[in-house]
Design a protein around this ligand. Structure first.
Ligand code: FMN
Length: 233
């Protein structure tokens, strides 16, 4: 047997996920990478305080929306040293909170942004109910200021139709079960992403690993996700 010339690529997936939507996508995505010579480090960004899901009441949910609109930071625990190594790709993943990155991700930028992202290739993954553009522009700008190269973006939106999607997410966060409320459940069947989207994430994982291993350009991948409207940079 001749020795293989394939060098294993290293991927860091850094994520925050409040209601499991982002992590569900990422688990599928990293499984999609399994058959390729890549080494994946999946690292959660962990708040120092426990964040309960759901928020629980309508007033508390409303207040959370206001705080997040003003980009409230949520303090986070230190990351393992390993995360500060060089990677062939860093995937930075998390939800949109009031048109912004979530509080833990903002805190990560404040504390570790330059050290983590300088000179790295960073691919953001956004999980949201549907309003991601301002989040994406802000994230791209934060990453560029840290010295990262951002070749592309992956966006997964909840597939329910408006206005039910917005009302459904609000009710879910407030601790209600919109899927069982007679006035909305005809239009709102499920909170979050569908199985088809999870399968799509798996497929994206395969494509990303393939591109990395073959030293191709991530910018050429078309991450058009289901009904989510995605346009290239
Ligand atoms: C405080 C808060 C604010 C949110 N604001 C937005 C928003 O502005 N735009 C949007 O599309 N989704 C918004 N969402 C919905 C989340 O982005 C969406 O549910 C996402 O799939 C959650 O991912 P996660 O479970 O990984 O945290 C918000 C959710 C929370 C908790």
């Amino acid at each position: 047997m001749g020795s293989s010339s394939i060098v294993e690529k290293k991927i860091l997936i850094l994520y925050f996920s409040y209601s499991h939507q982002t992590i569900n996508l990422l688990q599928a995505m990293s499984q999609g990478m399994d058959d390729h010579p890549v080494k994946v480090l999946l690292q959660r960004i962990e708040p120092t305080i426990r964040l309960h899901f759901p928020i629980g009441t309508i007033p508390k949910t409303f207040w959370k929306m206001v705080c997040t609109l003003f980009r409230q930071r949520i303090p986070i625990k230190p990351l393992p040293e390993l995360c500060f190594n060089r990677f062939d790709l860093v995937i930075l993943a998390g939800p949109t909170w009031s048109y912004n990155p979530s509080g833990p991700i903002l805190a990560l930028f404040d504390r570790d942004g330059k050290q983590l992202f300088n000179d790295q290739v960073v691919l953001p993954l956004i999980s949201c109910r549907g309003y991601w553009r301002i989040h994406w522009w802000g994230l791209k700008s934060l990453l560029s200021k840290c010295g990262a190269t951002v070749p592309n973006v992956i966006v997964f939106s909840h597939p329910s139709k408006e206005p039910w999607r917005t009302v459904g997410v609000f009710l879910k966060l407030a601790g209600k079960v919109p899927e069982r409320m007679s006035w909305i459940n005809k239009h709102y069947h499920k909170y979050g992403h569908t199985r088809a989207q999870i399968a799509e994430a798996h497929n994206f994982g395969e494509q990303i690993a393939h591109v990395l291993v073959n030293d191709e350009d991530l910018a050429n991948l078309d991450f058009k996700t289901g009904p989510a409207l995605y346009s290239k940079m």
